[in-house]
Design a protein around this ligand. Structure first.
Ligand SMILES: [Ca+2]
Length: 212
């Protein structure tokens, strides 16, 4: 791979990783009756589908530490095609629609249609990877699924449990985020190119200054 192609690949991957939907800070719903901790204030999120692994990667960022935020949970709703469930009209989010919902909890557990999910928490970020088999098509290809995200206080029942929505509707899938390993490999490759270029320059300098 040429240096130019390598740089282009790294830039493209970085752009893919940055495709997150954002949400203002401090915008708890007026209808929310739970405890407004920063962990329930959504700031950003992204969902991507990796066709090679046939898996979805979910990520949400909130305004405060997630671990220890009792009862905090993050629900990713998916429209796999033909979703008609739009239960949030009464609290101002009637455009949010889904026919599957993955719940990621602040205690590090998660569930989707009765199946436990593997959840990872790092500070104010929470992640989960979902096998494609748990989100089967209902008319749309996985890349065409849309998703929505809302934060809830599990200690409250009904609509007043919803603390914050990521903006007001469903979002498209982001480009797959590269494995940290492959990105590191690309960056290491760029470093090697730089080292070789410097060495060539040094050799040229030595040879031109060598004895005549
Ligand atoms: Ca927010």
């Amino acid at each position: 791979m040429s240096k130019f192609a390598l740089i282009t690949a790294v830039l493209a991957l970085s752009a893919g990783a940055a495709q997150a939907a954002t949400d203002p800070a401090g915008d708890y719903l007026a209808s929310f009756t739970g405890t407004a901790v920063p962990a329930l204030d959504l700031l950003a999120a992204d969902v991507s589908y990796d066709p090679e692994a046939n898996s979805f990667t979910l990520h949400a960022r909130v305004a405060g530490p997630i671990a220890g935020a009792t009862n905090a949970a993050y629900v990713f709703g998916f429209d796999r095609g033909g979703a008609v469930n739009q239960p949030f009209g009464p609290i101002g989010f009637g455009d949010v629609r889904f026919n599957s919902a993955a719940t990621l909890r602040a205690d590090g557990t998660g569930i989707l249609s009765g199946n436990p999910l593997t959840v990872a928490i790092s500070g104010s970020d929470i992640f989960a990877t979902i096998p494609g088999s748990l989100l089967p098509s209902n008319g749309l290809a996985p890349e065409q699924f849309t998703w929505a995200l809302w934060a809830v206080d599990l200690g409250v029942a009904g609509l007043p449990r919803n603390a914050d929505f990521l903006q007001a509707g469903n979002f498209a899938m982001a480009a797959p985020v590269p494995e940290p390993g492959s990105l590191a490999l690309l960056m290491a490759g760029l470093g090697c190119f730089g080292l070789l270029a410097r060495r060539r320059q040094a050799l040229t300098t030595v040879s031109t200054k060598g004895p005549a």
